[in-house]
Design a protein around this ligand. Structure first.
Ligand code: SF4
Ligand code: SF4
Length: 346
């Protein structure tokens, strides 16, 4: 890993140089919530001034730029009495993601294991992943964040360059040739001893802000023991089956596919749509049989997928502890509380 320091005005210059040849996506301010706190979202950005690099957290994760909620997998046209199929991976221009927090970077790293793995690679996801340069940026943990408990507070890979704000400058970690070559376009410097001190102070100050923790010790075993526990029914009774938790989750990837044909039978399309395992018809099959008609069973399986099945398969959780689901849940269901109740510590 290479380190550099970049003056803040030079980062602006880098943005302007790159924006002419890339689509740039980054955090922007979209308004204020009921308490007056700013709201943020990832969006395409043309001017550096529109970026909010000190953003707290976006409601919707970076995932949507790699795994859109709705995406055509193929369109069909009837030509000479036969269907002509056109596949588009919907990635026309190289893209730079300017300012992604460690939780979202780690979420993509975990999604890669499934969607770029050997068993079921998804070319639509791979095309977007391979054509996106990621510039990560440090964050200020909020009360909901428990990424540290899920080993997702620091990004070790899955980005090209990672920036830490050390006052007048950014401390940059460089992981790829692409990022190295980008930095040749602007003025940078080798970090001095003072920059190392500032970096370590920034990291320590950030660590002190984590207030929420989840005890994951032996969690797989405890989940196996508590598969029939009453706590699932208690949380299920609260759950509204709205699916919001999956929609805001940076790692939920379940989807359904819908095929539609126009009434004249001249065009058709196959569309992939992200879906939530908490929705009532998630496990409904032909003949209207539903394998998971009860709310608490659906909620339980969401937890078992993230904290049990995925851990067994990939040795890490499919939850990065971003806290988005708990913050958005209208029933007030949060991962730390559900896990604590299963451990009988709530
Ligand atoms: S957001 Fe809350 S209420 Fe809605 S499905 Fe998820 S856990 Fe249930
Ligand atoms: S389950 Fe909740 S806390 Fe975990 S990654 Fe998904 S949204 Fe974030």
């Amino acid at each position: 890993m290479l380190f550099k320091v970049i003056a803040k005005e030079e980062l602006k210059r880098l943005f302007e140089l790159l924006a002419s040849s890339h689509t740039v996506v980054g955090p922007v301010k979209t308004g204020r919530d009921r308490t007056g706190l700013p709201l943020y979202a990832f969006d395409e950005v043309e001017r550096f001034e529109d970026l909010s690099l000190d953003y707290a957290m976006t409601k919707i994760p970076a995932k949507r730029f790699f795994l859109p909620y709705r995406e055509d997998m193929a369109v069909f046209e009837m030509r000479k009495d036969d269907w002509n199929k056109k596949v588009d991976y919907n990635m026309d221009r190289p893209r730079i993601f300017f300012g992604m927090h460690p939780c979202d970077i780690n979420a993509l790293n975990r999604l890669d294991k499934v969607l770029m793995g050997e068993t079921y690679p998804m070319p639509y996801y791979i095309a977007k992943r391979q054509n996106t340069v990621i510039i990560g940026i440090d964050c200020t943990p909020r009360p909901y964040c428990f990424c540290r408990s899920m080993a997702a507070d620091t990004a070790l890979h899955g980005f090209d360059m990672f920036l830490t704000d050390i006052g007048e400058r950014y401390f940059a970690e460089i992981l790829s040739d692409t990022a190295f070559n980008f930095l040749r376009l602007i003025k940078t410097a080798e970090p001095a001893g003072e920059d190392h001190v500032l970096y370590k102070k920034a990291a320590a100050a950030r660590n002190e802000r984590f207030v929420t923790q989840v005890d994951t010790t032996d969690l797989m075993k405890i989940l196996d023991m508590e598969f029939q526990s009453d706590v699932w029914k208690q949380w299920g009774d609260k759950c509204l089956s709205c699916g919001t938790c999956s929609n805001v989750c940076p790692t939920c990837y379940c989807y359904s596919v819908e095929a539609t044909v126009d009434l004249k039978l001249t065009t058709a399309r196959k569309t992939k749509m992200l879906y939530s395992c908490n929705l009532i018809d998630f496990a409904e099959v032909a003949g209207a049989h539903n394998f998971r008609p009860e709310r608490h069973i659906r909620l339980k399986y969401r937890y078992y997928h993230k904290h049990r099945g995925f851990v067994e398969a990939y040795e890490e959780s499919l939850c990065v502890g971003c806290g988005r689901c708990g913050e958005s849940c209208l029933a007030g269901i949060t991962v730390p509380e559900v896990i604590a109740s299963v451990r009988s510590t709530l």
